[in-house]
Design a protein around this ligand. Structure first.
Ligand SMILES: NCc1[nH]cc(CCC(=O)O)c1CC(=O)O
Length: 318
């Protein structure tokens, strides 16, 4: 614990992507640390996902296009904390790093932003922009008559493309829109079961070096046990399915009270074909401490239904 003796002298260095959303998130982490008496400073790091402008994110191929460079800086001792959007953080563990905290998540739902009405009101053939196979599959499962097309860029860029008339609607995470001040642009929240979110959506993942006891202690102050457990269930399901970051896989974990007022951790999972014609669903619940087990159970349910074939067929081949 000796590192914590020096906490007031040396500000904790927070590594982040430079996007507006990433900056909002890392500024939030810095402010929370400060509330707990830890000074922090922001270090911007450019990632492959930021610099490659053409092609889909999925076509970049490698896992963690938004996270690898920040993790490298963490391992190299250039920063002390990595702030990730948890849904962008690959599930594989990296030797020497620890996911030390998952703060309270925002609404995990996706949001439709549209110039043509709610999902049920969109005209046949309406052009919907999304780069996510998970969103594409669920949109087409709900409305097979939609024209789902790819879109690139950060949240502001996507809104501008919508406003320029390139699309009739786009789908973005409600959390990102809200953090950037665009909550009033949301036409409709797309809730389960119509649209299950990505594992980890709406939550941050705070990583540090596995042996950095002082930082681990500081980050533990920002951890939200319920969110950590829910997202652990979601991410365990994803890891067991081994689909990578671009597979049409969705998961939604949350605590609910049972009839005896006891908290239950519930997990819904989904795997769908890209055209939305095949949708596999899993659902399980248990004690809050069983997050990993619930994730494995949901994954097994999906595999028993044939998820492996659907995930293989959905692998991007461009
Ligand atoms: N893949 C990009 C990304 N990573 C995290 C968010 C939103 C915030 C969050 O889910 O935590 C977004 C944008 C989006 O999906 O609309």
């Amino acid at each position: 614990m000796s590192a914590s003796l020096f906490q007031s002298d040396s500000p904790l260095r927070i590594g982040t992507r430079a996007s507006k959303l990433a900056r909002w998130q890392s500024d939030w982490v810095a402010a929370e640390l400060k509330k707990h008496g830890h000074a922090a400073e922001i270090v911007e790091i450019s990632t492959q996902g930021d610099t490659q402008q053409s092609g889909s994110v999925a076509s970049l191929g490698l896992q963690g296009v938004f996270t690898k460079e920040i993790q490298s800086a963490l391992l190299a001792g250039e920063v002390d904390i990595a702030v990730h959007s948890l849904k962008d953080l690959p599930t594989e563990t990296i030797a020497g790093l620890r996911l030390a905290a998952v703060p309270r998540r925002a609404n995990p739902a996706d949001a439709l932003v549209s110039s043509a009405g709610r999902l049920s009101e969109l005209p046949a053939g309406a052009k919907i922009g999304t780069g996510s196979t998970r969103r594409q599959a669920q949109l087409l499962a709900a409305r097979h008559d939609l024209n789902v097309v790819g879109i690139r860029g950060n949240v502001d860029t996507r809104l501008r493309k919508l406003d320029d008339g390139e699309y009739d609607a786009i789908v973005l995470a409600a959390a990102g829109l809200t953090r950037l001040g665009w909550k009033d642009r949301i036409t409709e929240l797309l809730n389960p079961p119509t649209m299950l979110p990505a594992p980890g959506q709406g939550a941050l993942g705070l990583e540090c070096r596995a042996d950095d006891e002082g930082v681990i202690a500081a980050l533990s102050l920002l951890d939200h046990e319920e969110t950590h457990r829910a997202t652990t269930a979601e991410r365990t399901m994803l890891a067991v399915l081994d689909g990578g970051c671009s597979a049409p896989i969705a998961a939604w974990g949350r605590l609910e009270m049972d009839d005896d007022e006891q908290p239950q951790l519930k997990l819904d999972g989904l795997v769908a074909s890209l055209d939305g014609t095949e949708v596999l669903r899993a659902s399980t619940s248990g004690r809050p401490g069983q997050a990993e087990e619930l994730g494995r159970i949901a994954a097994e349910q999906l595999l028993d239904l044939g998820a492996a074939d659907i995930i293989r067929d959905a692998r991007v081949s461009d």
